[in-house]
Design a protein around this ligand. Structure first.
Ligand code: CTP
Length: 425
């Protein structure tokens, strides 16, 4: 049971906050709600008050009959300032939906209503669940504001892609579903996260997904990587207490609230994003399928087929991102590459060759020629190749494979100059 403060900002998705509050109270949490004045144009305070059994506030100047107490608490004998008392009592503060304007205010420390003042005063975990039109979501200002918030340790519950509020519109920006919002809050409150896991203090950089190299304005050279393996590695590393950054190349999967994401499309963008985070990382897990070749020139317009019997594409080699990072590694870092091969007989030998050629500590080899494993599949079956030998990991879901990879990373960390943090078992 926890005390959850829910901040509802203006937007059609505010109706989903009602369901979130219902689920949270049903799960035994004590919930208080603050709304922005605009939010009340979408959903009335009476509904939230009925669901939480507590008053709903919109302004710092409004008297709180509960004096900042949550439904499970006795009100104090004085009248504290609501924006301070509510967050002092809360175990977590979730702003859902967080519209573009509210996100901008939170990113820049503005405190012009109860929701934003409370956020500025919050020492408990702060989560934001953005919801807006896709054009607003994709605007560089919104993305920069989100990056600022993430840098400051705010958890972002990523919006989904789907039908948006305006009739007929579709795209990214849809508020995460209420069960996902509650799960994000509960994850932020998880005692193991608070207590710190065996990888507490370690920094892990994961690449995931597959790069897309533009041919013209609408077409690209890509691959079938879904990002599942990389995202599973990130989730498991976060569960161990590590600070995790994922460089995600075109991944259409739900984001983990405790993980920082950098979104990229091309090999060049992935290289730049990795370069920015590599220096600080202790473990690099290079699960992304990075294009080895890209069109020499991408046409700015859409190429027309009229008058063409054949279209020739000239491809040039991309830089080997992993080999480049390995060349710049500092002592104590553990670098693990991934090799998707076709042909069980040669896969491990190719993996060992990559280990040596790229200067890595381990290579996770999988035979993507086999049905049901590897690319865009829930399961995988791998062989982890290290200087000391090979470990076959039988077919399992990607979370189990990720745990096996992290155990090897942990052994390798123990063998380096870095302080040994053993997982045990
Ligand atoms: N990789 C990389 N940059 C590239 C290509 C690959 O960083 N341009 C990384 C991948 O993320 C992976 C590892 O290198 O962790 C092995 O990728 P793979 O494509 O199998 O290796 P290559 O050396 O390109 O070998 P191949 O001839 O099999 O394509």
């Amino acid at each position: 049971m926890a005390r959850i403060l829910v901040g509802v900002s203006g937007g059609i998705a505010a109706y989903k906050a009602l369901e979130l509050v219902r689920l949270a109270t049903k799960a035994g949490h004590a919930v208080r709600v603050v709304q922005t004045p605009t939010a009340q144009r979408f959903v009335g305070a009476a509904s939230f008050a009925a669901l939480t059994g507590a008053p709903v506030l919109t302004s710092e100047f409004e008297r709180d009959p509960s004096r900042g107490a949550f439904p499970d608490q006795a009100p104090p004998d004085h009248e504290p300032a609501s924006h301070l008392e509510l967050v002092r009592n809360a175990d977590a503060y979730l702003v859902a939906p967080a519209g573009a304007n509210t996100l901008a205010k939170l990113a820049h420390g503005l405190a012009d209503n109860l929701l934003t003042s409370a956020a500025l005063a919050a020492r408990c975990p702060l989560l934001v669940a953005p919801a807006m039109n896709d054009a607003m979501w994709e605007h560089p200002a919104t993305q920069a504001n989100l990056a600022l918030l993430r840098e400051r340790g705010v958890s972002v519950v990523e919006p989904g892609t789907g039908a948006l509020a305006t009739k007929g519109e579709w795209g990214p920006g849809r508020l995460a579903e209420p069960p996902e919002l509650l799960a994000a809050v509960e994850a932020a409150l998880a005692p193991e996260a608070a207590a710190g896991g065996p990888w507490d203090g370690l920094s892990v950089l994961v690449t995931a997904g597959g790069t897309r190299e533009p041919i013209d304005a609408v077409r690209y050279v890509g691959n079938r990587s879904s990002g599942r393996m990389g995202f599973a590695l990130a989730a498991e590393a976060a569960a161990l207490g590590a600070g995790v950054t994922v460089v995600a190349a075109n991944v259409a999967l739900d984001r983990h609230p405790g993980v920082r994401y950098v979104e990229v499309q091309t090999a060049a963008e992935l290289q730049a994003a990795c370069a920015a985070s590599f220096g600080d990382c202790d473990v690099l897990l290079m699960a992304a399928a990075v294009a080895d070749f890209r069109p020499e020139q991408a046409a700015a317009e859409k190429l027309k087929k009229a008058g063409r019997e054949v279209l020739e594409l000239r491809l040039e080699a991309t830089p080997d991102v992993l080999a480049g990072l390995a060349a710049a590694r500092r002592p104590g870092q553990v670098l693990i590459g991934f090799a998707a091969e076709t042909g069980a007989a040669t896969a491990v030998a190719y993996g060992r060759d990559k280990l040596e050629r790229k200067g890595l500590d381990a290579v996770v080899v999988n035979d993507v020629g086999q049905p049901g494993i590897g690319f865009d599949a829930a399961d995988n079956q791998v062989t982890i190749v290290t200087a000391g030998g090979e470990q076959a990991v039988p077919r399992a879901d990607k979370a189990a494979i990720a745990r096996a990879v992290l155990r090897v990373a942990d052994d390798l960390l123990g063998a380096t100059a870095a302080p040994a943090r053993r997982l045990g078992g």
